[in-house]
Design a protein around this ligand. Structure first.
Ligand SMILES: [Zn+2]
Length: 118
């Protein structure tokens, strides 16, 4: 196992808040129940395709960052927020203790927690 594999699960932890902020300004369109396309922020003529597993708060994205092993890219977070929009506004947390501190309903995912503000 190399260093990259060892650190990989923590990428979303380190940059989660920054990625979450970036995810708020994306334009997306639902294609099917859990499939969306998200307009690229830097190249508006380009779309990324995202398939989510909403119960696990995970997703697969066609962007380069995801291709090289990044998890929970801003496109996946944007799609998860859109998917749950009828329930409220999601905030993402890497640490379950931080999530519980919000005193809101929590969705427990894989390496990721979301609190729901109704
Ligand atoms: Zn992506």
């Amino acid at each position: 196992m190399n260093e990259y594999q060892l650190t990989r699960p923590w990428r979303n932890v380190v940059r989660l808040k920054a990625i979450q902020r970036a995810s708020r300004h994306l334009t997306l369109e639902r294609l099917a129940a859990t499939s969306y396309r998200v307009r690229s922020a830097s190249h508006p003529e380009h779309y990324y395709y995202v398939q989510i597993d909403p119960a696990m708060l995970t997703g697969v994205c066609s962007c380069l960052w995801a291709h090289y092993g990044g998890v929970n890219c801003k496109h996946v977070l944007a799609v998860l927020r859109a998917y749950y929009a009828a329930c409220g506004e999601l905030s993402f947390w890497a640490d379950p203790k931080e999530a519980r501190r919000q005193h809101r309903p929590i969705i427990v995912g894989t390496y990721l927690y979301a609190t729901v503000r109704r």
